[in-house]
Design a protein. Structure first.
Length: 241
């Protein structure tokens, strides 16, 4: 039989840990930090996915179709209107030299070369979810109406390299020309603030319609069918200087 230890040699009971508030092993400070991160992430997600407008766009222009959400890349602003002459796809550099929008192969893209056709100018990006959803519709419209006078021109904006855009176009077998707006010169010239943004330009060079957001196949077909009969009008000769 073991003898009891003297009172001075008895082990002291362990000290219970001090609780500072929180849940389980997490302190209150850690929980507040996680909550802050979640709130910020939710706010960012709301800002980048919210519709640009509830009913109609700036100046009464339509913003896609019910249920679609354009990708906002700038503040909403009044831009080009139906009836305006579509600006040529060129600009003047700060040093005074002319700049020209080029396609993925380095060839110039000019509206004057497309006079007499219905031009569908589509501002988009490979990383833009609404643009990705609209890709098969553009391909379908190009294949269906190219021989009837429709000329689709994609303008890739806010992209890293030409090769990235070319890889996307090859993957989805896009047959219409795609221009690379490297410095956002045409993006700014046309005052685009949402992706995708569509400009429909008649054979006379005048803007017929502006749509901020993606189009469904039915809506795109209705627009194109309504304009194609007179989209083959003779080109308007520019006024001589």
């Amino acid at each position: 039989m073991t003898e009891p230890l003297p009172a001075g040699l008895l082990p002291e009971p362990p000290t219970p840990p001090v609780r500072r508030g929180g849940i389980g092993p997490f302190s209150r400070r850690q929980l507040l930090l996680v909550l802050g991160v979640v709130v910020v992430a939710a706010l960012v997600l709301f800002l980048v996915t919210r519709p640009i407008a509830q009913t109609g766009g700036v100046g009464g222009l339509p913003t896609a179709l019910p249920g679609t959400t354009p990708f906002l890349v700038g503040e909403a602003k009044t831009g080009l209107q139906p009836g305006d002459l579509a600006p040529e796809l060129g600009w003047t550099n700060p040093d005074g030299t002319p700049g020209q929008l080029l396609d993925l192969d380095g060839n110039p893209v000019r509206l004057e070369d497309l006079r007499g056709k219905l031009v569908w100018l589509n501002f988009w990006a490979t990383w833009c979810p609404p643009c990705q959803a609209e890709t098969p519709i553009l391909r379908e419209m190009d294949e269906r109406y190219r021989d009837r006078g429709l000329a689709i021109v994609g303008v890739a904006v806010q992209e890293t390299t030409v090769d990235n855009v070319r890889e996307y176009a090859d993957r989805y077998e896009l047959g219409y020309p795609i221009a690379f707006d490297a410095s956002a010169d045409i993006f700014d010239l046309y005052r685009v603030y949402a992706l995708p943004t569509q400009f429909f330009i008649g054979g006379d060079g005048l803007i017929r319609q502006v749509v901020n957001g993606p189009l469904t196949s039915e809506a795109a077909q209705a627009l194109v069918e309504g304009w194609l009969p007179d989209a083959s009008a003779q080109p308007v000769e520019p006024a001589s200087s």
